[in-house]
Design a protein around this ligand. Structure first.
Ligand code: ZN
Length: 78
């Protein structure tokens, strides 16, 4: 699976990456936090961060001998 195929698993839109604050770029929602009070907060990640997280998930899956399933980078955040 190449980079573009991985990126195609996510829905992209303008936002701020959680690792790259201060810049609006193409991002996808990887997690939604629901505070006890107030509006839900979206955690977003950019292309580079999604690819890095997917690479880490793939390595972890191979190390644990479990199938790697791309498209779920948010699970990295526990
Ligand atoms: Zn990023």
């Amino acid at each position: 699976m190449n980079r573009q195929q991985i990126l195609d698993l996510y829905q992209w839109g303008d936002g701020v990456c959680f690792r790259h604050p201060g810049t609006t770029t193409d991002t996808t929602v990887i997690r939604t936090l629901q505070p006890l009070s107030g509006p839900a907060e979206e955690i977003r990640a950019c292309h580079a961060c999604i690819l890095a997280m997917e690479a880490a998930r793939r390595a972890a899956a191979e190390g644990a001998r479990i199938p790697y399933v791309p498209g779920r980078a948010g699970e990295m955040l526990g």
